[in-house]
Write a protein that binds this ligand. Structure first.
Ligand code: FE2
Ligand code: FE2
Length: 202
């Protein structure tokens, strides 16, 4: 199925739409937790703080959007309230584990250096995805005049992608090679995730 069509289908059904919002909220929250977990004990700059804060805000903001739907429930992130729960929980975790291993083999980094490099690559790939996914979602919302909106998230995700790209360029002259690998891996995981979401719609 094509992604635009899938998201139109989700938006058309309040109970599925609620789970979708809750699923995105859970994934944003996982992202915020991962960023905080990768922080060095003392060398924490304003970009990392901003990023962690904004991803946590996205989780909260998506959760709040639920009240605009004629649907109750989805009060937490248990499996019954999540679309494609296994794949949704695995997505970020697998991206992080695979990219950490890749970076470790490529650059022989360890400890916080490794965690920082993984943070750069994982987040870069996710931001590329977020920019396109939230745009498609927002146009589906607009086409049905939904009260739900993700415009404020889109603004911040665009900023994140710019910041991640800048940090990657500063990190290594080979950044493009690493970034392309991250994108290829993310695509595989995203396809697994969305394929299962689509299966649950039918
Ligand atoms: Fe986000
Ligand atoms: Fe982001």
């Amino acid at each position: 199925m094509n992604l635009e069509l899938t998201i139109q289908k989700i938006v058309a059904d309040d109970s599925i739409h609620a789970k979708w919002l809750n699923t995105l909220s859970m994934m944003e929250n996982s992202g915020a937790k991962k960023i905080s977990a990768s922080e060095h004990p003392t060398q924490v700059n304003i970009i990392i703080l901003k990023h962690a804060a904004e991803e946590a805000r996205h989780a909260y903001y998506l959760k709040k959007q639920l009240s605009k739907l004629k649907h109750t429930g989805c009060e937490d992130y248990t499996y019954k309230n999540i679309l494609a729960p296994v794949q949704s929980y695995q997505y970020l975790h697998r991206l992080d584990t695979h990219l950490s291993r890749y970076i470790q083999e490529k650059l022989q980094l360890t400890g916080y250096e490794l965690r920082y490099a993984a943070y750069l690559l994982v987040t870069y790939a996710i931001e590329v995805r977020a920019d396109s996914l939230y745009e498609i979602y927002q146009s589906a919302l607009k086409s049905v005049n939904s009260k739900v909106t993700v415009k404020s998230i889109i603004m911040e995700e665009i900023g994140h992608l710019e910041e991640m790209t800048k940090q990657l360029i500063a990190f290594s002259e080979n950044w493009k090679e690493y970034a392309d690998f991250a994108i290829t891996l993310e695509k595989q995981l995203f396809t697994k995730w969305i394929t299962q979401v689509e299966a649950e719609l039918n």
